[in-house]
Design a protein around this ligand. Sequence first.
Ligand SMILES: Cc1cc2nc3c(=O)[nH]c(=O)nc-3n(C[C@H](O)[C@H](O)[C@H](O)COP(=O)(O)OP(=O)(O)OC[C@H]3O[C@@H](n4cnc5c(N)ncnc54)[C@H](O)[C@@H]3O)c2cc1C
Length: 448
Amino acid sequence: MAETETTTRPKTASPHPGGPHQWSNWSGSVTARPAQILRPECENELRKGVAASQGKLRMCGAGHSFTALAATDGTLISLDNMQGEVLDQRRDTSGAVARLQAGASLNSLSKALLAQGLAFKNLGDIDVQSLAGAAMTATHGTGQDLPCVAGEMRSVRLLTAGADVIEADDTSDRDLLDAARVSLGALGILTQTGLSVRPAFKLHRKSTVRKLADIMAQADDLWDRHRNFEFFVLPFCDYALQLTHDETTRPDMRKGASNDEASLRDLRLLRTATKRLPKLRRRLLNTFLGKTKDEEQIGTSFDLLASVRKTVFNEMEYHMPVKGAMDVLAEVLHVIERTRPDVFFPIEVRKTAADTGWLSPFEGAPLISIAVHAHQPDDYMWFFELIEPVFRRHGGRPHWGKLHSLGARDLAELYPRFGEFRKLRAELDPKGRFINPHLAKILDVSAH
Ligand SMILES: Cc1cc2nc3c(=O)[nH]c(=O)nc-3n(C[C@H](O)[C@H](O)[C@H](O)COP(=O)(O)OP(=O)(O)OC[C@H]3O[C@@H](n4cnc5c(N)ncnc54)[C@H](O)[C@@H]3O)c2cc1C
């Protein structure tokens, strides 16, 4: 396949003047032509727009899902004009709860929270997603005591397909709250959520290249010892990158910071040069990585947790039971190294605490997430043919926003409350206005 460097993002939710609208997700793998795009500036305008519209409705955040969750040829709704200040804050038994605009980006909300001396407890790799989009797919970071974004929700405010406002919190309607946490935009439009937050804090970030076998053997201990621990596995290499974040009050520091984009480019060039020589690739990678120096940074929590991802890729991530997760990782790596010499993107491994969302992958137990990536425009069909069967055989649940092939029957086996979710969805949206072909498949509902 052609080697092109793709460093610019496809446009999201950009109207074509005078013609149909063109929408594409971040990786360009999903495109759609909505008949209209609504960009309300307040909830009242949103309500009027929904009441006045006919036919299908879908919501999009930053378009960072790899699955076709947001695609529609009907009305696409973006709340990105309802950006983010902190609407109010209160304290409950779990600490501070901030009521936030759900359409705002995590980054703008982090800044708004910081202005009030507050912070998100955790973030994933990036923070350009909308809070609503991140919640709807159970977006997560890493840390064994830290749940996904949706797990931190204490209240929700939704606009239904019939343009009614419904609200729930952990005292008034716990079931609706737990159903809505991770609801794929199938129950209603999330306009606001009360999120459990904490006082602003600084982190000490440390990245170290170590023998993969050692990291895997010590993974449980590393998750115990560090607030955030994750690791990146390089195919065809005996070393991996260990990344930790721990809370600190020390002064800001930046020592030996490297450039992820340049590292990915070098890995891609090496892959191309040694495609038929995996042993040479391993030798070169081992020699180079064995000499890599540690990097350290101290700074504001969200600056260090989230990065900017410019190199465009496609991704599959499954969340695996903790017991046996390292064996699954070893199997995935073995399959890639045996059959896919074109793969150069690191495999990311993280852990997330349990929550109570009916469709949260982390419902009921903490899980270890294993993510495989393919540089865009490289082939990614091997995710489905080679990797997904391994994840499925070991009882994994897919990330809702990342590539997977599961349908309603498979999902019903993975989620004890799947039937209740389907029933509630039918009550809240009897005409199926929020149903697009992707949701029709995963929820087993007619798309028409
Ligand atoms: C470069 C990159 C890095 C990533 N890193 C991580 C990571 O570290 N951890 C992780 O878990 N995931 C990660 N993801 C996946 C990403 O966080 C999720 O796919 C997330 O859903 C994207 O948020 P978004 O705002 O782009 O939402 P979209 O992808 O636009 O939408 C996601 C879902 O939310 C619904 N939705 C959007 N707004 C609303 C609303 N107001 N009300 C109701 N439903 C709504 C949409 O209809 C859709 O179903 C990453 C993706 C990319 C491309």
